[in-house]
Design a binder for this molecule. Sequence first.
Ligand SMILES: [Zn+2]
Length: 321
Amino acid sequence: MNIADSAIPLLRPLAGLLSPSGLRACLSILIFHRVVPEPDPFLPGDPDAARFRWQMQTVARLFNVLPLSEAVARLADQTLPPRAACITFDDGYADNVEVALPILSELKLPATFFIAVGYVNGGIMFNDQILETLRRVPAGEVDLRCVGLPPESVDTMAQRYAVAAKIIRAVKHLDAAEREDRVQALAEQSPEPLPTDLMMTTAQLQRLANSGMEIGGHTQTHPILMSIADNQACEEIAGGREILQSWLGQPVRLFAYPNGKPGQDYAPRHVDMVREAGFTAAVSTVPGVSTHHSDKWQLARFTPWDTTPLRFAAKLVRNLT
Ligand SMILES: [Zn+2]
């Protein structure tokens, strides 16, 4: 911690004013995806272990961190402590167990992990297929006809990452089956097989649950719910919950909408499906905080990101305003 970071505790009274206890309480819910062992230029938005450690230390200095299920219950009965916060992870990356869990356990911070069950045990999500292919393709020019783009040079790491980001944008909203075909064709340009250990195994998932962390549903294949038929959406939501419960031997009560923007990624009918599937609360990716008046089926969440503890702390406090 440098001298500027010693100012972080000075932000705590401000956070307490903005996030008091009881009737006027508000809840901050943070989103993470991956926590990588070392800095990775291909994953600029995801912290490495060292950064995640100071991020969690900063959260612990400013907030009272609760399990999400407890926070939802206390939000409803107006008994939330001041400066209440929850930590959540989406998708089910193996590094959540191998890198983040030891840090969370050491700092005694509870967290909730939302798992897309279709990728557990060796799967890979389309965005990772693209990133991991672009990491591996030979330097020079890469043929991108399969994803409907002109060829690009990939001589530097920065170029590789920029091309991967461009491909992700180009295919993100395609029909899932078509996207899978196109991304699979791209992946065939990798000179070696793509990794099969990015996502958790069931053993890792069980280890996470046994260590006291909460597990939530995040569908089976992470579709944009708005773009699939209602019977499919129901199966994604309810079927994903059943699979998780069979692995864990315990009820799964929390849900996170894939991508999470209301009106864009999910609609009110999907909120009904989540309720009917047996979940008791759900989270979106609308930034901000939740209060007693918030819809517990669409709780706000945000991704705090910055490069120094003080700036990160300022983002956490600014989210309260
Ligand atoms: Zn997700």
